[in-house]
Design a protein around this ligand. Structure first.
Ligand code: ADP
Ligand code: MG
Length: 420
């Protein structure tokens, strides 16, 4: 591509948006110039467009590797809805039957398919590899790229096979995208995807509209939660618990208190789960009590609170889960209940895992505990975890900034007394 494409025009043409968000334009240019590209952008930042738009402009088909079948269908429908043609985007995964697969392949060969979403386990299938070898690939996009790392919050072993498969199918630029920005995950992604020289585009991870609070977990936790919900009538919220049993119990307690709540965890059948998701999106229920199985890809813009009933397993996970609040930029209250006792319980759970995994798990847990016990600005700590300096004296939107702890004041007072 010699002449500079007017990307803003293309953006308007395909998506109807007037301008790019953040660094989208530079990211797209970098990729279109044939360079490996690494995008670190918080949830809701607009990562998808960074591969969708160039795929529509460039020659060939872009391969998008994405972990979630449910999300794939949704994205494909959106892209196809942009034009008259329903073959512009397709997906290949285990949910398709033979004839559907033939249709997909036919559209790709005819040249009309610009975007092909594949699950990692479908990408590695012999048949698909052989087929993909025969087509022109514009680039590979690896979405949710943190799945490649054991330090991420959603490790998928199949993601480790992506690079060897790309080498086999045929090389093309790679764009990796994630909302996980810790150093360890970043390094893992680059190494495993073989894109160590990729240009990195990192936006700020600060979610200024989210209020962060940690509360000591006491016996009246249920009552505290009920009171909180009553003070926010009709507002949508998510409560995360570690165990399915707790999810069920708490949902019952809330319902018994006239709160429109429902449980959600991987042990429920898929019809029930999708019904609950729908009910939540349509606001037939206000509160979802869930394990971390709930959330990835849930795009409800006006979730007003996220409560952690138990300490999360990592700060990374905590950031992602709280990130589901206030996606529309409005209020988002994030409360985590913390008890030392839970920490020990979690450590015990890990004991039957392989040693290396235990080490990782313990370290992640320690970091969460340090966060919970600290009197430093929560935002500052969270951003520091993502390698970002937050230089503001008082964020005015976390418990530690709004109500500096009594302990701290007492100590200060003591110093004043001593110095007087
Ligand atoms: P991410 O994958 O980073 O979490 P998405 O790709 O799902 O974010 O995008 C979040 C929202 O932002 C979507 O609703 C998308 O349509 C919107 N969006 C993306 N880019 C733009 C833009 N340039 N202008 C307006 N809206 C945008
Ligand atoms: Mg995304």
């Amino acid at each position: 591509m010699t002449e500079q494409v007017n990307l803003t025009e293309q953006l308007k043409h395909y998506f109807g948006f007037d301008s790019f968000k953040g660094e989208q334009e530079s990211i797209i240019r970098n990729l279109m110039e044939g360079n490996d590209t690494f995008v670190l952008m918080p949830t809701g930042g607009g990562k998808s467009l960074c591969y969708q738009l160039p795929s529509l402009i460039m020659d060939g088909t872009a391969i998008v590797i994405s972990p979630l079948i449910a999300l794939m269908k949704n994205q494909v429908d959106v892209i196809n809805g942009l034009s008259e043609d329903d073959g512009v985007a397709h997906y290949l995964n285990s949910s398709l039957n033979k004839s559907a697969i033939e249709k997909v392949k036919g559209d790709i060969l005819s040249g009309k398919t610009k975007l092909l979403y594949v699950a990692p386990e479908s990408l590695t299938k012999e048949d698909n590899v052989e087929f993909l070898k025969t087509i022109k690939i514009s680039f590979y996009a690896v979405d949710e790229a943190h799945c490649i790392s054991e330090w991420g919050h959603d490790f998928r072993p199949e993601y480790r096979r992506i690079r060897p498969i790309i080498n086999e199918i045929g090389k093309a630029p790679v764009i990796a995208l994630t909302a996980t920005a810790t150093d360890k995950v970043r390094t893992d992604i680059k190494k495993n995807l073989g894109i160590v020289d990729a240009r990195e585009f990192k936006s700020s991870f600060n979610r200024a509209n989210l209020f962060y609070e940690v509360r000591q977990k006491t016996n009246d936790i249920d009552r505290q939660i009920i009171m909180f919900i009553r003070q926010h009538p009709g507002k949508s919220g998510i409560i995360y618990c570690l165990s399915r049993k707790k999810v069920e119990e708490l949902a019952e307690v809330l319902k018994a208190n006239d709160i429109k709540a429902a449980p959600y965890h991987a042990g429920l059948d898929s019809a029930t789960r999708s019904q609950t998701q729908d009910d939540f999106l349509m606001e037939r229920i206000d509160v979802i009590v869930a394990t971390i199985a709930f959330g990835m890809g849930i795009d409800k813009p006006d979730v007003r609170f996220v409560i952690h009933y138990d300490i999360p397993k990592s700060l990374e996970g905590y950031y992602q889960e709280t990130g589901r609040a206030g996606r529309d930029g409005g209020e988002g209250i994030c409360i985590a209940f913390y008890a030392r006792k839970d920490l020990r319980k979690l450590e015990k759970f890990m004991e039957n895992k392989p040693v290396a995994e235990q080490d990782i798990g313990r370290q992640l847990l320690q970091e969460t505990a340090a966060y919970a016990e600290s009197s430093v600005c929560r935002r500052k700590m969270l951003l520091h975890y993502f390698g970002e300096e937050y230089d503001v004296e008082n964020c005015h939107n976390c418990d530690n900034c709004l109500h500096p702890s009594v302990k701290f004041e007492a100590k200060d007072a003591l110093i004043v007394v001593l110095e007087a």
